[in-house]
Design a protein around this ligand. Structure first.
Ligand code: 5RP
Length: 226
C-alpha cells in the first residue's frame, strides 16, 4: 500500500471513536484531509465540528458540516489530528502545516486525542523533523537567538509566492521558526522550556498533552497504540 493508502486507512479507523450527536475537533494536514472525506460520509452522526485551521474549516463547510467556534462548543468529545513525528509514548511533533497553536488549543479542550498517522511518522526520539515554533513577528530574531542557546538551529519558514520568498503567516497572523538539530529525549521538558521564551506563542511539541490513542497505519494493518 502506498503512503496515501496508509493515511486513508488510519483516517478511516478513527471513525469508530465518534460518538453520535457530539461536537468533534478536527485537525489539519493531508492525513486529516482523508479523515474529513470519510467524516463527510457519516456527517449526519455529528452535531458539528471545531477545526484547527481555516483550511480544514473550508473543507468541512464545503462538505456540509457546521463549523463552530471553540468558545461556543465547550469541551469536545474527541479530537482527530495527524502528526509529523510520534513516539510509542504518544508524544508528537506537530505544526508542519503551521496550525500548531490552534491544534494545541483544540486538543487541550478535547477529552480524547486520536492521532492518525502512517508508519513513517513513528520515531524513537523526536527531533529529526524540525520543531515548529510560532512566534510573534517582532520577537522572531530574539526567539531565534534563545533557541540557538538551547542547541537548536532555527530557520524562518518562508515560501515562494509569485516568484518571491515570503514568510509563512499562520492563521493567527504570526511567523514560524523551524528548529533543526534538536534531539528531544525529554519532550515534556523541552516543550515547557521553549514555551517560556518571551515572544513564543506555542511550540509544536505535544507532550504535556500527548495523544490518548495512536492509530498507526502499517503494511500489516492499522495498529492501535494507547
Ligand atoms: C499541521 C500538523 C499536521 O498534523 C502534521 O503536519 C501532519 O501532516 P500530514 O498529515 O500532512 O503529514 O501538525 O500543522
Amino acid at each position: 500500500m502506498d503512503q496515501n493508502g496508509l493515511k486513508l486507512a488510519a483516517a478511516a479507523a478513527a471513525l469508530q471513536y465518534i460518538e453520535d450527536d457530539t461536537i468533534i475537533g478536527v485537525g489539519t494536514g493531508s492525513t486529516v484531509n482523508f479523515f474529513i472525506a470519510e467524516l463527510l460520509k457519516v456527517k449526519h452522526r455529528i452535531k458539528a465540528a471545531v477545526s484547527s485551521s481555516e483550511a480544514s474549516s473550508k473543507l468541512l463547510r464545503a462538505g456540509g458540516v457546521e463549523v463552530m467556534e471553540l468558545n461556543d462548543a465547550g469541551t469536545l468529545s474527541l479530537y482527530v489530528d495527524g502528526a509529523d513525528e510520534v513516539t510509542a509514548n504518544l508524544a508528537m511533533i506537530k505544526g508542519g502545516g503551521a496550525a500548531l497553536t490552534r491544534e494545541k488549543i483544540v486538543a487541550a479542550a478535547s477529552k480524547i486525542f486520536i492521532c492518525i498517522a502512517d508508519e513513517s511518522k513513528l520515531v524513537q526520539v523526536l527531533g529529526t523533523f524540525p520543531l515548529p515554533v510560532e512566534v510573534i513577528p517582532m520577537a522572531r530574531s530574539f526567539v531565534a537567538r534563545e533557541l540557538v542557546k538551547l542547541g537548536g538551529h532555527p530557520e524562518w519558514r518562508v515560501r515562494e509566492i509569485d516568484g518571491v520568498m515570503k514568510p509563512v503567516i499562520t492563521d493567527n497572523g504570526n511567523w514560524i521558526l523551524d528548529v533543526h538539530g534538536l534531539k528531544i529525549t525529554d519532550p515534556v521538558a523541552v516543550e515547557t522550556i521553549i514555551n517560556q521564551i518571551t515572544g513564543v506563542l506555542t511550540n509544536g511539541l505535544f507532550a504535556r498533552r500527548g495523544a490518548n490513542v495512536l492509530l498507526l497505519a502499517t503494511s500489516d494493518g492499522v495498529k492501535t497504540i494507547v
